[in-house]
Ligand binder design. Sequence first.
Ligand SMILES: Cc1cc2nc3c(=O)[nH]c(=O)nc-3n(C[C@H](O)[C@H](O)[C@H](O)COP(=O)(O)OP(=O)(O)OC[C@H]3O[C@@H](n4cnc5c(N)ncnc54)[C@H](O)[C@@H]3O)c2cc1C
Length: 456
Amino acid sequence: MTTRREFLKQSSVIAAGTLLAPKVFSMNLISKPSVIILGAGLSGLAAAMKLKDNGYEVTILEARKRIGGRVFSHKITDEPVPEDNLVIELGAEWIGGSHERIIALCDQFGLVTENNRFKDRLIYKGEFFKPGEWDYSPEWKVKFEKILSDYKYLTDADKVRLDKMDWWRFLMNHDIPDRDLDIREYADSTDFGESIRFVSAYSALAEYAESNEYNEMDFKVKGGNSLIADAMADKVGRDIILTDHKVTDINSSGKISVKCSNGKNFTADMLICTVPTFAMSKINWSPGLPPEKIEAINALQYSRIIKSATLFRERFWKDEEFSILTDSYTHYFYHATKNQKSPKGVLITYAVGDKADILSQMGEEHRIKIITDTLKSAVGDVSGYVEKNINYFWGDDEYSKGAYALYGKGQWFGIMPVLRESFGNVHFAGEHVADWQGFMEGAINSGEDAADKIMS
Ligand SMILES: Cc1cc2nc3c(=O)[nH]c(=O)nc-3n(C[C@H](O)[C@H](O)[C@H](O)COP(=O)(O)OP(=O)(O)OC[C@H]3O[C@@H](n4cnc5c(N)ncnc54)[C@H](O)[C@@H]3O)c2cc1C
């Protein structure tokens, strides 16, 4: 069986062809080339770490006033003793058990990873089900197990064919019963950030067949996932990371020259661009990016996810592993302060797609009412426990306009190879071009792959 990582490497031929690059400047460099990296998310930091370790001169330009990008831990309380504060994740939450590089980095930096698994309840058609009281139907469970185990027999041509249909259609073609389909829609759209009607069947099947039994929702860093970005930044040296430097122009016709919106200019021999495709489309590229790349950028959507974090005075849910999958706007609840000692606690409402859009547009009072009304059937009226609520809607994020890339029908093999393709001395990285796409692991892998291209 070829994994997604192996297959994507082989399958660049399926893409529109190798991108025509501007003339690459002389590679007969005596010293190692200098490198500018766009973005201090995990992919940019991973690329920088590898290059710095190998003696390259690196500068990271980051548009935001902070590092970490879509890894974004937040202190939701303001306690007199700083260590007593509760930390939640507004971006990436779970480290997967199969995610080897990020786990290795946590080990390298002495970061503690804690169990962050949950036991899902279900609210469906007005009824509440505790763990053990709901499941997929026995017939569907048998069928789905077989689908997952048969994945290893798929040929490369089968995978390309599968990519041309959506996950909803694939499940329908396998005669999934209605209730099972509804539950898969709620669960799987939580993973992809949009309805499964918009997700490539290949991208979904590969993720489920290659993931562990917890679907990579395994761990979290004690103290917040942002500590990973902090440790990586300390390792490369904070002095080479320039925050509040939004790149507006890139000229790669000879030596690379880069302009920032604050008026600062930089030059280097090579560039690694790790920014999401929306941010890429806002940069003036000279010479312009090849038409296939522009088409791919225009074709790729990002999922809409809102995280609404409600701080409650008491942990009325009792079970530290509390989570609920719902068929309402609120979509998915989980206990976001598991392992953190306090009488207070946070439930995060994680909504996707149109539900996220609708929740994001509501006034705060209305949003909190929707949240507590949904919780009513599970835990009774808890509106009196609400201390505060904060929200981050990734669909409005200035740089990504979404949480992570959403590969739709035909796009995994159609456009990902094009987005990955280097353009002269410019290499591309970021979760959107990774085999572990949509994960921190993918961001790190892609950054390290881009560094390898420079070092090869
Ligand atoms: C709500 C949500 C939930 C998630 N859940 C999980 C999860 O549970 N597990 C998991 O593994 N992953 C999860 N992810 C995905 C994970 O966060 C990403 O895959 C990963 O952090 C992406 O890293 P990156 O370096 O590719 O991109 P980013 O983190 O976006 O880094 C790119 C950087 O480029 C900067 N930038 C943009 N434009 C410019 C410019 N013009 N000039 C300079 N800098 C620029 C941005 O500010 C950003 O800091 C989640 C993401 C979100 C949003």
